[in-house]
Design a protein around this ligand. Structure first.
Ligand SMILES: [Zn+2]
Length: 497
């Protein structure tokens, strides 16, 4: 057997000012190709890791032209999209494969295309009209007809935080292998409903997504080869942003449609539970300040700076939440992180132990939202200087090498502020441990994250306080000027009935 395996992943926040050139793809200087990609992903708890394991089990020959994954940001530059998709399509055009396994995201927008994955799959399908194609997608996919119409099987994550990227690709890959062997003939039904579930309400530890995803899993007992509910990515001003579902069955279209309709109906009934209520920043921080100190070593109170999550397109350099924490005088705080390569270099130049005053953050303008993010002046001691490399301990993307670029810890006496040079969301304990910060020993930990922090740090938190700061992942949809998303759509327009 001969398999073509590839990865192209980007969640596009069309309101983000962070550029998305080819260099952003990869945990280093751009995408990985061929053997280098295989070496980086083999044995990891990722979608590509699962495809590689399946191929090894089948003793299949593999071609892996490219592994390209970038943290969320603005629409992908056309040249980068062309490079990545050309690389996969050129490999496919050489022929001689039994199947294609793709690890995609499903919410990629490019400078020219609203549906990056769908248009790519349409082009690929034209090259290999009869080839079985498996596609693993993120739960935040904004599904288009071209994605489903040009794939043989589509499966999405069931967990948010995404601790099941491996399992999702393994499911899609197993169905593909059964298709190649002639054991099943997949048919798919997909659809969407006009709703934009709030990202802060999409976690699968919580109602209603927990129950919806359980129902997806249970559909396997009723004949679904795969059933996926995509909560969608709302920070994308494209027609199909929002909630969708796809169900794969073995040749039974009527069943696929019935199960799809059930998922969409259940989600629509629960729409109000997907709405997020905002607490003013001053009140959140005051509430955290009033919390009794947990016994030493018990675990911190987590302060979520969720408007500026770089894993949703945030600049990671807004300072509103950190400034309020310092203004209200919270102590024994660690803050991860402010993205500011310039401040990092100033701290490195000063050296370990030096006292410096730095102007941090506020360097990237955010023209799509009506709020300014000023820089923050902080004085502290340079406590740690690091190359910013660490390996994920999991459960999310276990074993994957990460790179936050040159990084420093600036200690103000009350707050240890992490400054980094590449966007990394704090979803793994090692991002802090690698810098000598043990969150268990802190009273407060401020994280620029929304849900993924729960994967690595959820267990250590004694309490969580959501902090409404400033950023392009704003939880206040009133700040976003939607022009292209299909209307009416809940909760932007539709009354709750
Ligand atoms: Zn996602």
């Amino acid at each position: 057997m001969r398999l073509l395996i590839a990865m192209m992943k980007h969640e596009t926040n069309t309101f983000s000012p962070v550029p998305t050139p080819l260099a952003r793809f990869g945990n280093g200087p751009g995408p990985l190709y061929g053997e280098a990609a295989i070496r980086a992903y083999r044995g990891t708890g990722t979608g590509l890791g699962a495809y590689l394991d399946l191929a090894a089990r089948e003793r299949a020959e593999i071609v892996l032209p490219i592994a390209a994954s970038a943290p969320p940001s603005s629409p992908v530059e056309d040249a980068a999209y062309r490079e990545i998709t050309d690389c996969i399509c050129n490999a496919a055009a050489k022929g001689g494969y039994d199947g294609i396994m793709l690890d995609l995201h499903g919410a990629m927008v490019t400078q020219s295309l609203d549906d990056g994955e769908g248009q790519f799959l349409k082009r690929l399908r034209a090259i290999v009209p009869d080839m079985p194609i498996a596609v693993a997608l993120d739960m935040h996919a904004n599904l288009y007809d071209e994605i489903v119409a040009n794939a043989t099987v589509v499966a999405g994550y069931r967990n948010y935080p995404h601790v099941d990227t491996y399992e999702t690709a393994r499911l899609a890959g197993e169905i593909l292998l059964r298709t190649i062997r002639g054991e099943v003939r997949p048919v798919m039904a997909w659809g969407n409903v006009p709703m934009l579930p709030h990202v802060m309400r999409q976690g699968t530890d919580d109602r209603p997504n927990k129950e919806l995803q359980h129902r997806c899993a249970a559909m396997a007992e009723e004949g679904a080869l795969a059933a996926s509910l995509f909560t969608g990515f709302p920070h994308a001003d494209i027609s199909n942003a929002g909630l969708s579902a796809v169900v794969v069955t073995d040749g039974d279209r009527e069943l696929a449609e019935r199960l799809r309709d059930e998922l969409l109906d259940r989600a629509w009934v629960e729409r109000e539970a997907f709405v997020y209520r905002i607490e003013p920043l001053r009140e959140s921080v005051a509430r955290a300040r009033a919390m009794p100190a947990p016994p030493s070593g018990e675990g911190p109170v987590v302060l979520l700076d969720h408007y500026d999550n770089c894993a949703s397109g945030g600049t990671m350099d807004t300072t509103a939440v950190l400034a309020e924490i310092m203004r209200q005088g919270l102590e024994d705080v660690a803050a991860f992180a402010i993205h500011d390569p310039q401040a990092v270099q100033q701290a490195i130049a000063a050296g370990i132990g030096a006292e410096v005053t730095l102007s941090i953050g506020g360097k990237i303008a955010m023209p799509s939202i009506p709020v300014e993010s000023p820089a923050l002046s902080v004085t502290g001691t340079v406590k740690t200087i690091s190359n910013g490399h660490y390996r994920n301990r999991g459960p999310m993307a276990r074993g994957l090498q990460m790179d936050m670029g040159p990084a420093v810890v600036l200690d103000t006496g009350a707050v240890e502020i992490v400054l980094i040079s590449r966007h990394v969301e704090p979803s793994d304990l090692n991002c802090l441990l690698a810098l000598g910060i043990d969150p268990m020993q802190k009273r407060y930990v401020m994280l620029k994250s929304r849900i993924h922090w729960r994967a690595g740090l959820g267990k250590v938190a004694t309490a969580v306080v959501d902090c409404a700061g400033v950023g392009v992942c704003t939880s206040d949809y009133g700040q976003l000027r939607f022009k292209k998303v299909r209307r009416p759509i809940y909760p932007l327009d539709l009354p709750n009935r």
